[in-house]
Design a protein around this ligand. Structure first.
Ligand SMILES: Cc1ncc(COP(=O)(O)O)c(C=O)c1O
Length: 363
């Protein structure tokens, strides 16, 4: 576990790497009282050469800064320094990073307010905070297996609204998750979040993934359509952005799609998608598939949506597997794409260990 304390008076303190341990706070700490906490989700992959890799880590660090600013937590740090500290933690954990396809070490950077936050504060900013990173071995077979078969079953939820314009949906705040986890229905992998303009229900995202539909357009193009970021409802996913870049570069001819099989006449569209559009697209055959993407699932087929007690089966589409295989290959360093896959330098932590406040610290 990596911990870095912060205080308003002295800024970032001494980083420490040590065994995972409980944290203790004042019972009136901001994190406990007002959910002043944000986090990130990343994965460390072991490639065929045994090297450890991260996928576009600066994107996660930038998003953490953005989330932190939204809830009055410190949002100023040097991403290169944080990457160096994270790399040291992961180097020490190299022996437990699994190498199998779909397996990885899940990484959870977390930032929270440890200082007392109670009643009306003088200003919106934390006086003390803690940034920590913990990891967890992830043998990701479950969702991979379901994407090979008939895809995920989603429950379209109109009882609990996850996000709305002007809210916090586009930030990775603990509160966005804790307040809607009660929506999860048995027999469904996750909830499909809906929002409405007062007339129609639109899909936003599902569980912890951005959602896409694949449609055949009138001009014969295959359209990859995902919710736009404009109204601040969905999380700006790193996987989403990467897929948009891969598809747009292929469509424009700037860079061919890195793995064989993507048709030439494709188009990326970022806009609202209504439930009616999905239902109509199933009826007239223009809806050619649906998938979710995110660090957790990579790319996973959506096989069924339950909406207002009706189950809608979504057709499978081989392009979904192509996307998943491509993103996976880039993440694991089998396919090169710019500097998206970061190789963690090897590091012998023990040579740098010393005691700080009775704990092992690494500098
Ligand atoms: C609500 C939500 N949407 C989308 C995503 C996908 O984002 P990313 O691709 O950065 O993992 C996540 C996961 O982080 C999420 O929690």
């Amino acid at each position: 576990m990596l911990t870095i304390p912060w205080s308003r008076t002295s800024g970032w303190g001494q980083p420490k790497i040590g065994p995972r341990q409980d944290l203790s706070f004042d019972p009136l700490a901001g994190v406990l009282q007002y959910a002043v906490t944000c986090f990130e989700g990343m994965k460390c992959y072991k490639d065929e050469q045994g090297q450890l890799r991260l996928f576009r880590p600066n994107k996660n660090f930038d998003r953490l800064k953005r989330s932190a600013a939204r809830v009055g937590l410190p949002d100023q740090w040097d991403n290169a320094e944080l990457l160096d500290l994270l790399s040291k933690l992961l180097s020490l954990e190299a022996p437990i990073v699994p190498a199998g396809d779909g397996d990885n070490l899940y990484i959870r950077p977390t930032l929270l307010e440890t200082s007392e936050s109670f009643g009306i504060k003088e200003d919106a900013f934390a006086s003390e905070a803690l940034l920590y990173v913990v990891t967890s071995v992830n043998l990701g077979k479950g969702l991979y297996a379901s994407s090979e078969g008939s895809g995920l079953r989603l429950d379209a939820c109109d009882k609990y609204i996850r996000a709305w314009p002007g809210g916090t949906g586009s930030y990775k705040l603990g509160a966005n998750y804790g307040t809607v986890s009660v929506a999860k229905q048995p027999g469904f992998a996750m909830s499909l979040w809906l929002h409405t303009d007062g007339k129609e229900a639109f899909i936003s995202e599902a569980g912890a993934m951005n959602v896409w539909i694949i449609k055949e357009a009138k001009d014969g193009f295959t359209e990859f359509i995902t919710m736009s970021l404009d109204n601040g409802i969905v999380l700006p996913g790193v996987t989403r952005e990467s897929i948009i870049t891969l598809l747009n570069d292929h469509a424009s001819g700037a860079k061919a799609f890195p793995v064989e099989g993507m048709p030439k006449n494709i188009r990326v569209v970022e806009r609202d998608i209504s439930m009616n559009e999905i239902i109509e697209g199933l009826k007239d055959g223009s809806l050619k598939g649906m998938f979710g993407c995110g660090t957790g699932v990579v790319v996973v087929q959506i096989g069924l949506i339950r909406y207002q007690d009706v189950e809608h089966t979504i057709p499978t589409n081989p392009l979904i597997k192509l996307l998943r295989d491509t993103v996976t290959a880039i993440q694991r360093g089998r396919v090169e794409r710019d500097d998206w896959s970061y190789v963690i330098p090897e590091w012998d932590g023990l040579a740098h260990e010393h005691d700080v406040d009775g704990q092992k610290a690494i500098a």
